[in-house]
Every structure is written in structure tokens, then in C-alpha cells.
Design a protein around this ligand. Structure first.
Ligand code: ZN
Ligand code: ZN
Length: 468
């Protein structure tokens, strides 16, 4: 019996890169009968922000030279990329704020990266969670896009063929599991020969992105790059995914929605709730400017968690009461186990403080309190979508968790299915239903990237967009 060969996703990615290194001449002969250009890009020079080492100053601007591509690789000239808060430590190398209390040891079984032989801090990595741009070249196996297409390089891939994609959970597409240090493939070289890699195979903080086909979504719009970069950014996609896709849960017209945390995810969720027809939209954030932005883009109420304190949950319940409490008349909110109604859907979009903000601070830098509050303000029988990264484990009232009828939805990008939903989000921008400008309060050119990232890190802007 012959031994069945095992082909891992990791080896496929590596092999295609190895083929790229030696196969440029061969690739030049690929015919264009199927409408694709030859997959040869020689010595394309581009500017890239490279992160390596530790601490402040770990990210510096370099000239890089593109390697030839092959297989399902796509070369995208970056137009715009969003400055995702998640990458603040990776880009700026700043220390996290002190913890208010000693944290207990984490409960085992959480999400953790697989063991790697390479250390990411030793590698020259272009950070970023994707962006938007124009396709300059495609590998011979690429079908989804053509040279000249405007595309979104999505923060989450969508292959359409894996176990999760086939079961309607393309936000959990399993190509996303192959983004550890050992999985990354070099796409360029620095002048001294150092190989250049990209965060998640996508990067974004450079003049060029080289994603695999699974991460690329063609979009057909002529809107300005910064606005398209905003609506297609990982944060807006997550906020709209949670509210305007029906992927994890549907918003009924006239329902009540609470959004906890009004950064770019939360403000996109507020807009998604408005677009989906919610009648009561309660936005919660400690930063005044963000509460004002929430009211501008569709919130009906804005609450400050510092001012509300322990009364926050009760306040949300009081704002979500129904016109009648007569049960035989379709009423709700008669007290009983819990007074008030609670929101039909809560979107948690607060997350942790990567550094201490220079504006109003929330009540808990770990993000745990905001997540607990989000759960507790959900109506009995209601739904909660969580999108925030927290530092530590969550504890909840056991009986509420067990008997409260609250359905928790967890996912990548708010459950968004990239190929299905991102073109719809772009349509919302095109038709004036999504306000990108109010969210993208800092737009910086590539050269001023670090300045833009500091504003994002210290929360002195709602979010930042880099244009290249
Ligand atoms: Zn992101
Ligand atoms: Zn998939």
C-alpha cells in the first residue's frame, strides 16, 4: 500500500512561493486565452512600512523590490488602507496600560496561534489588515479578478469551498487559520536581501499588497479612495457584518439595538442598524466626540458609561420599553425576573485599551466590563454579537446565561461573508446610505502613517485611513 501523501495548506502556500522564485520565465509564457495577463512582475519597486524587533520605533519606511508572483497571488497597487486599532501594538510597539487588578490565570482552551518555528518579531513584516486598490498583475490560476480591477483586500478570506464556507460561515473561512509566522510567504526583498512578509498575507501599509485570491473582492465603484477604504476596512466590514447582513442574526424593522463602543466598528454597526430599520438605536461610548458622531450617523440615544455607572443596564432597559406592558395585548416589560426590556440586539464593539487613551477613558481598560454589560443589557430572548478583543476571561451571571434566552453570536468580521457582503457595503456607500466621512476623521498619506497611527492609538481620532 502506498502512503497517502499529505498536502497541508501551509505547504501549498510555500510551494506556490517557491514556484514563483524559479518560475518567472515559465510564467511569462502563460497564454492569455482565459483573459488573464502573464503573472510576471519583475523588480517592481515600492515603499513599505516594515515592522520588526520590539518597542517604539519598530516600524520604519523602506524601499522594497517585489518578487515574481505565481499561482493564486494578486498584485494590488494600494489606494487606501484603514489603520486598524488591533495593530497598534504591532505598528507602534507601545506598552499596554497598567491593569487595574491582578488578572487571574486564563481558563485553558482559548484561541491561540499554532506553534511556529519562526518568531514574527524577527521577520520584516508589512502590517495592515488589507485595504483597497487596483490590480496590477495576477497569477495564472487567479479567476476572481483581472488586471485593472478595483478590489478590496479583505481582512478575512472567502474561498467558498472549505468546510466552513460550505456551511454558510465564510467569516470563519479556514484559509484564515494559515496566517502564523510559519505560514507567511515572502513577497519582496529589502535592499540588503531581507525577505519581506505581510501580516495575514495581506499587509496594507505599503504601496503594494500581494494577497492570495481568497482575500480579494472585486468592487465596482468610482468613489474616492479614502471613503472606499473606510467602508471596505476590517472595522466597517465588522460593524456592517454584525448588523446589515443577516449572517449571524437579523434586525427586524422597529426593533431596538444597543451598540457598546463607538469606534469605527460601533459607528458602522449604528449605521447598519439604521439601514436595517431599527427604531431605537442606543450608542454607548465614554468619548463625547464619538457619541456625537453616533447621533449624526443614526443613533437615537447616546449614553456615557462613565456617567451612567452601575445604572447603565437599567437605563438601556428603560429606553427599550414597549408601548404597552399588557401581555394579552402583545405587551412586554412587566418586570418579573428583570425590570425593563433590554435591547433586541446588542453589538459589543468596545474591546481593550492597547494604550492609555489621551481622551476620556472607559471604565475598564481590559474591555471585560463592557462585554459583561453588553450581555446584561440584551433582552431576554434577544441576541448579542461580540466583535471586541478583550484582555482576560469573561464571567456572567450563571442563571441569566443559562435561562435568559440570550443568543450569543461570535465570528470574524461580524459574520460578514466577504464576496457576498462587501460589494453590498460598497453599494451602501455609493447610494449615500453609509457615511464614511464621519468615521474617517484622519486621512494621512503613506509618509505620515505613524502620525495617523498614534492618533488611532490614543483615540484622538475616530479612525484613520492611509492613502498611498
Ligand atoms: Zn483589523
Ligand atoms: Zn473557505
Amino acid at each position: 500500500m502506498s502512503k497517502k501523501p499529505t498536502i497541508s495548506r501551509r505547504s501549498l502556500l510555500r510551494d506556490s512561493a517557491a514556484a514563483a522564485a524559479g518560475g518567472a520565465a515559465l510564467l511569462a509564457q502563460v497564454n492569455t486565452a482565459f483573459g488573464q495577463a502573464p503573472a510576471v512582475v519583475t523588480q517592481r519597486r515600492f515603499k513599505a512600512w516594515i515592522s520588526r524587533g520590539q518597542g517604539p520605533g519598530r516600524t520604519t519606511l523602506h524601499d522594497a523590490v517585489l518578487r515574481p508572483i505565481s499561482g493564486r497571488q494578486v498584485v494590488v497597487r494600494t489606494e487606501a488602507t484603514n489603520l486598524c486599532y488591533t495593530l497598534v501594538p504591532a505598528v507602534l510597539g507601545l506598552a499596554p496600560p497598567p491593569q487595574p487588578n491582578a488578572q487571574p490565570a486564563p481558563v485553558p482552551g482559548g484561541l491561540a496561534p499554532p506553534p511556529s518555528t519562526r518568531r514574527i518579531n524577527d521577520m520584516a513584516v508589512i502590517q495592515g489588515h488589507g485595504g483597497v486598490g487596483i490590480v496590477e498583475a495576477v497569477g495564472p490560476d487567479v479567476r476572481r479578478v483581472q488586471v485593472g480591477d478595483r478590489v478590496c483586500v479583505s481582512g478575512t478570506p472567502h474561498c467558498g469551498a472549505c468546510y466552513r464556507c460550505l456551511r454558510g460561515r465564510s467569516d470563519m473561512c479556514q484559509f484564515l487559520s494559515a496566517i502564523g509566522p510559519d505560514d507567511l510567504v515572502a513577497v519582496a526583498d529589502l535592499a540588503d536581501g531581507t525577505p519581506v512578509y505581510q501580516n495575514s498575507h495581506i499587509g496594507g501599509l505599503a504601496e503594494v499588497m500581494v494577497p492570495f485570491e481568497e482575500w480579494v473582492v472585486p468592487i465596482f465603484t468610482t468613489k474616492p479612495a479614502a471613503e472606499v477604504g473606510m467602508v471596505c476596512g476590517c472595522t466597517s466590514v465588522a460593524g456592517l457584518g454584525a448588523t446589515a447582513t443577516h449572517a449571524l442574526t437579523a434586525i427586524e424593522p422597529a426593533s431596538s439595538v444597543a451598540v457598546v463602543g463607538c469606534g469605527p466598528i460601533g459607528l458602522s454597526a449604528v449605521q447598519g442598524a439604521r439601514i436595517a430599520g431599527a427604531s431605537t438605536i442606543i450608542a454607548i461610548d465614554p468619548i463625547r466626540v464619538r457619541r456625537e458622531a453616533a447621533l449624526k450617523v443614526g443613533a437615537t440615544h447616546a449614553l456615557d458609561p462613565n456617567a451612567e455607572g452601575d445604572g447603565l443596564i437599567e437605563k438601556v432597559r428603560s429606553l427599550t420599553t414597549w408601548p404597552t406592558d399588557r401581555l394579552w395585548a402583545g405587551g412586554r416589560n412587566v418586570g418579573g425576573r428583570r425590570p425593563g426590556s433590554g435591547a433586541d440586539l446588542v453589538v459589543e464593539a468596545a474591546g481593550l485599551d492597547a494604550v492609555t487613551p489621551k481622551v476620556e477613558r472607559g471604565p475598564d481598560p481590559t474591555g471585560i466590563l463592557a462585554m459583561q454589560q453588553a450581555y446584561r443589557m440584551t433582552a431576554l430572548g434577544g441576541h448579542i454579537v461580540t466583535t471586541g478583543a478583550v484582555r482576560g476571561d469573561i464571567s456572567l451571571p450563571g442563571n441569566l446565561f443559562s435561562f435568559g434566552g440570550v443568543t450569543h453570536h461570535s465570528g470574524q468580521a461580524g459574520g460578514c461573508s466577504p464576496m457576498r457582503d462587501i460589494p453590498r457595503f460598497v453599494e451602501l456607500l455609493d447610494k449615500g446610505q453609509f457615511d464614511a466621512q464621519t468615521l474617517a476623521t484622519s486621512v494621512v498619506p503613506l509618509e505620515r502613517l505613524l502620525e495617523g497611527y498614534e492618533e488611532v492609538a490614543y483615540r484622538t481620532t475616530i479612525t484613520g485611513i492611509m492613502t498611498a
